[in-house]
Design a protein around this ligand. Structure first.
Ligand SMILES: [Zn+2]
Length: 94
């Protein structure tokens, strides 16, 4: 299990900035879930989308995403488990 710091967008959604190698470790194929292009640089793993995005798609998503209290509640309950299923120990609940 890899220790990593959970980050949050300005809308309150958690994500992890990781690498292509991490992606292979959790059984991913290193392809962006949004644009289907191979990810060679940073990989953004996002609980609320259940997806891994490349930097470009991540930045686009940040701009268009909206804060949703139900999503944030769901995130609070489940994200730590979900990230840990991808091999990341994100520390405390938040
Ligand atoms: Zn992409």
């Amino acid at each position: 299990m890899k220790n990593i710091k959970l980050k949050y967008t300005d809308k309150g959604y958690s994500y992890i900035e990781c690498t292509r190698e991490d992606c292979f470790d959790w059984g991913g194929v290193g392809i962006c879930d949004y644009c289907n292009k191979p990810m060679y640089k940073e990989v953004y793993l996002i609980f609320i989308l259940g997806s891994a995005y490349c930097p470009e798609c991540f930045n686009e998503w940040i701009k268009r995403s909206e804060r949703d209290e139900e999503d944030l509640y769901l995130q609070k309950l489940n994200h730590k488990k979900w990230y840990s299923a991808h091999g990341f120990d994100v520390g405390e609940y938040k």
